[in-house]
Structure formats: structure tokens, C-alpha cells
Design a protein around this ligand. Sequence first.
Ligand code: AVI
Length: 326
Amino acid sequence: MRLVGTDLGSLALQSLASDVRYYLTQSPRQLPSRALYDTLGSALFDAICQLPWYPVTRAERRLIDAHRAEIFDAAAHPDRLVELGCGNGDKLNLLLGPRGVRGWRLPRRIDLVDVSASALSAASRSVGEDRDLVVVVHEAPYEDGLVRAADARVPDERVGVLFLGSNIGNFDPPGAAAFLATIRRALRNGDSLLIGADLVKPEKELLLAYDDPLGVTAAFNRNLLVRINRELGATFDVEGFSHRAVWNDEASRIEMHLVSAHPQHVDIPAAGLALAFAAGETIWTESSYKYDTDSFDAMLSAAGFATARRWVDDEGQFLLTVARAE
Ligand code: AVI
């Protein structure tokens, strides 16, 4: 393995401050879900993926494991893979398959894109270990990392983008459409996108997945305040906010909120804010959209992709699609 780094170790504090300044002063108050993933937030998210009540990761892993060779066939065997939001690299490792076993041609270069430096260093180590690959890391938002990876492509190289874990579900519908179009613009005809999407399921199951009995998702949500206190010198009383998950049927999304238990005043010096929270006032921290297979296909098609193959697990929990840029 050869590891090439771009930016590893530098996180944009100003961009957190400007996000906080903008989103916390909206009505209703919000924070962007990308800010959930500092080092502790990434570790808590990895723990969520292990929870018996959170089926997303297990369902997707089962599909990747069962269909690895067909996935590479449907994607026409890319020379370069670009994973957007690689997390700890687990899913990519699974896709590449056991070391030393060859039923398909492996890509020669992997670009890992994530906003979490800790996730990138874990992913680059595990993906590159004992494999004949060049691994390049981009500590960057998806779009910037994608552009850097696409700019570095060599002529005749076929690119496969991976966008797994139903990360697409954290965009609102116009944002998802725009983001898929951005991916398409970075690709050439014949390149591919492997994308995972969580499917609509009964409300009770969704609420358990996003408000688990161990309180790990609550900790993941409240850690956002811990992060803002630490990085921006804020004075959030973390115990004065509780986690709430809500299923919004009309919008087909789970929402995560933080709810202020009592009236409180919060200073956020690095964002230039002094805020008053009423009892019961909320901060909306995440939306997680859930899909059906046909509407998901339609969204891909509107962005300039044709579905080459798609798989749904036996329990009907999760959709994995290989789409070709056309
Ligand atoms: C990363 N993303 C797809 C997760 C989701 O399911 O929306 C984040 C998450 N939030 C709470 N639990 C998991």
C-alpha cells in the first residue's frame, strides 16, 4: 500500500463557526448533521452501526457480501474507486473482499473522502493493508473531495463512486437531487455509482433505530453540543438538552432534535452568538430520509444515471443500486 495525504489533520474551525452562526439563528433553530462527526461523534456513530435496533449497516453489509462479484460486473470493473463518506472503511473493505482471493479485477487506486480525520486515518490503514493499492485521503466535504479525485484521474481510467450507508438520506430531496447531479458531472459516460438507500419501514422500528434503549443515539446527538462547547467556547448545559426522534410521515423522514429542558442562555463566543432558549425549544440536528425502490430509481434517472442492477435484502430493509453514468 502507498498512502498519499491531502490535508489530513486540518479541520476547518471557521466553517463550524459559520455553520453554527447561520443554522442556529434559523427558525426553527438547526445545526447541520455533518457537524455530528468529530472524533467522538464518529466513534458513537460506529457504535450505532452495531446496535441491534439500527438495521441499516447490517442490511447493507449483507447485500455487499452476497453480491460483491455482481457489483463489480455491473460497475464494469472500475480502475479507481472514490468513496464519499468512507467512515472507518468497513464497507469498502467488505466490497474489496478477503485479501488474496480474486474473483474480480480490483481497482488500482482508492480515493477516500471524509470530514473526519480520525475516520480517514482508520480507513486508509485498514483498506490499504496488504493490498496492492494506492490510497489517497481527502479530509474534505464530499463535493470538494470528489472534484479533487476526479481532477486526478488519468485518461481512459474508469471511475466508480461509492456513496453507501444511506448517507444520501441525510440530504433533503432538492439537496439529494443536486448532489447526485454533482456526482454525475464529475463522471464520464460508463463510470458508475454504487449507492445504498434505507427503505421506508414501520414507524415503531424507525423510532427504535433512532432512539435506542441504550441511549447511544442520544449521546451521538448531544455530543454535538459537547463539540460546540469545546471547539467554539460555547456554554451549552449539555444535561439541559434531551434527544428526540420523530417520524415525519409526509416528508418520509426521521428527524433528530435536541430539546431544551428549561429556559437557558447560551454564549457561543467564536460564532459571535448569545442565545436565549425557551423551555421545550428545539434544535433540529438531522433528517434521515427513507425511500421506496421506484422513487429512488427515478431520482437517479433524473440525475443522469441508469440503474444497471439493484438488490433489496430479504427483509425489505435496504436498497443497494449500481447506476451507470449515461
Ligand atoms: C450517516 N447516516 C446515514 C445515519 C442515518 O441513519 O441517517 C446517521 C444516524 N443518525 C442517527 N443514527 C444514525
